[in-house]
Design a protein around this ligand. Sequence first.
Ligand code: NAD
Length: 491
Amino acid sequence: MSTNANFEKFDPRSGEVLASYKNFSQDEVFEVVEEAHNAAIRWQEFGFTARKRVLLRWASYITKNQKQISQLIESECGKPLGDATLEVSIAIDHISWAAKHAQQIMRRQDRPSGLLMFNMKAQVQRSPVGVVGVIGPWNYPIFTPMGSIAYALAAGNAVVFKPSEFTPGVGKWLADSFAQVAPFENILTTVTGLADTGKALTQSRVNKISFTGSTRTAKKVAASCAESMIPVVLECGGKDPVIVEKDADIKLAAEYALWSAMANAGQSCIGAERVYVVESVAEEFIDVITKMAKDLKVGKDYGPATMPSQLQVIQSHLDNAASKGAKFLVGGSDSIKGAFVEPVIMIDVPEDSTAMTEETFGPTLAINKVTNTDEAIRLSNASNYGLAAAVFSKRNGEKIASQLACGMVSINSVFLFAAIASVPFGGIKNSGYGRIHGAEGLLEYTYARTVVKTRFKIPLKFTSFKRTKLSEKVLTTLIKKIHGRNLKNKS
Ligand code: NAD
């Protein structure tokens, strides 16, 4: 039984209670954040080389215990063990990348001081922000928060992690495993709990919040953080399109689009939810993907909905699409069976139905035919979301990608940008802002400090009450010379 002090976590496949976890109160969260501040000072002083050693040992520890953590993910999320293992592998790779690249990314940079300030040396330094609060979702309970945790730690921050209440065990395991390699306490702490625990983190003395979850919660997090000017990274939902061009490898497109839509029971922020297929190849594409979808085995190829309340959202999107005239080629409004959802493939789905406008987060895929690529791009970009997209085309992939309003595009593949640690991950519009992964992601957990220094004295002073008429004249003459010429160039 859940109480205020504790809450229970169920196996979504059987409903069986797995364990009970502490529901951290606001005061307890504040206390943890204070302790993290002390640890942050020591962790920063520890230096890049020593931090790298700790993080690489952590990556090795997780690798050694990969089976244990994968099984925990399997039981908390209900996803197949193979999917959990894949997720853990990618998370390990991110730790290693962040550990090895932090020093180079945060190196001091000399910048040109410009003609006006030619006697100055200009430099940009990078410092960790201090304590980063990471709030995570349940759908990829190790991969997703690791995109913030590993990069924040590598940059020299302490981290307080609030995992989803649907995957508290994985969150606790992360902090416990880090403790096995940590040189001292409180560098990475997990605070388990419900929504109020997350809220407490946004009201605490953290220096940054890195949130991954729904757009609805992201807005609350951003509003709460605004009260005390805490900067935020928001990684939210998506309504990712797949574009299938007439020169696409149709079998490959169908195979990947289906996996992208249905793997993890469709509970992927970067999962395909809409397909725009060019008319001339639409029949073939629909035929192939429909056959493949009919072969999927629910409970083996993917598990149940991890969060029971999502089933109502999926049902409402299916009903809405049906009432607006969508045709169901696989499954339909009756595809929800207990906690499991059978595959659903719909075609001719009206663009204004919720199945096309809102994140469904279930194993459903809407396929609409388009007359040409321009229409596919226009419809893809018409969404309020802008997380990721996939393009299938032998010749035009990069050209199409460059016109898509979203944070990530994969060509003739799906998802794989998430496994490439050097590239940033994140979205635009309702999909959030800020980035995790890559240099951009690491820099999110730092701040820039500009330092300028006089290299040699010149007889002119600009920032003094002793400024002379001569200084002013030199300044205006120089400005004229540097910037005054362009009006002559009419074209
Ligand atoms: P959610 O918004 O319900 O919860 C996310 C986290 O926020 C949980 O830990 C929750 O306890 C916490 N929370 C809830 N209310 C809060 C509040 N008022 N203040 C602070 N924290 C609060 O999301 P979810 O259902 O756990 O995750 C699924 C969503 O996450 C989907 O929309 C999915 O697309 C998105 N997601 C995005 C990415 C990405 O990188 N863009 C990755 C994975 C998942």
